[in-house]
Design a protein around this ligand. Structure first.
Ligand code: CA
Length: 221
């Protein structure tokens, strides 16, 4: 899952980016409204954390512009504690949730998990596919109850496929959602990682759909 953090306070931006990266997300960052707007317009993010008070272009205008342009990714806005009008304006502009400053990073992480879950049509934070379970709260993966150790990259790939189980996900889509903007993207590496995940899980829940991509489905089903 690939996220964008738009926050002009350098310390807060770093704290958010670090916490989200540690939680297994790929994170791009922007420090003003114009840069944030540009990235959100051109890159396919799974969710955005957007500060409302931003230089160059305020958060509400950024959000309105994205929605006007048809960008529908979930947006969590960061608001000042006592500015209720920001929240109203933000929701009306197309925000999906908010956190008031100052906040606990744990709350941001929980809200991001909920946004990603809802935007992909899941009600539960634990995902299951056949004998494989992935808990987005703990980052744990098990097969028939036995823990499986995945690298952070393997986890991100499996997590993305599990969020989108039941539909074919192309290699290009995976590359776009698993790497940040600075990464030298090569879709062949996806195949290597899928191979490793298959070996570690020991069950083949990831089907290759020739010429199209990958489909997560229950073994035998
Ligand atoms: Ca700010």
């Amino acid at each position: 899952m690939r996220l964008l953090v738009v926050e002009d306070d350098p310390d807060l931006n770093r704290q958010l980016t670090t916490a989200l990266s540690d939680a297994g997300y790929v994170v791009d960052r922007a420090f003003d409204g114009e840069e944030g707007h540009y990235l959100g317009e051109t890159e396919p993010y799974d969710a955005v954390i957007l500060d409302i008070g931003l230089p160059k272009m305020d958060g509400i205008s950024v959000l309105e512009a994205w929605r006007r342009e048809g960008r529908s990714m979930p947006v969590l806005m960061l608001t000042a504690r006592d500015r209720w009008s920001d929240k109203v304006q933000g929701f009306d502009a197309g925000a999906d949730d908010y956190v008031a400053k100052p906040f606990h990073l744990e709350e941001v992480l929980a809200r991001v998990r909920a946004l990603l879950r809802r935007s992909t049509g899941h009600a539960n934070s634990e995902f299951a596919c056949g004998p494989v379970r992935l808990d987005t709260r703990t980052g744990r993966v098990t097969v028939d109850g036995n823990p499986v150790r995945l690298t952070s990259h393997e986890y991100r790939l499996l997590s993305y496929l599990m969020h989108h189980a039941g539909r074919v996900v192309s290699r290009t889509e995976l590359v776009e959602h698993l790497y940040d903007q600075d990464f030298d993207r090569d879709s062949n590496t996806i195949e290597v990682f899928v191979g490793r995940i298959r070996r570690k899980l020991g069950v083949d829940i990831i089907q290759t759909v020739r010429g199209l991509g990958y489909l997560l489905s229950t073994p035998g089903g």
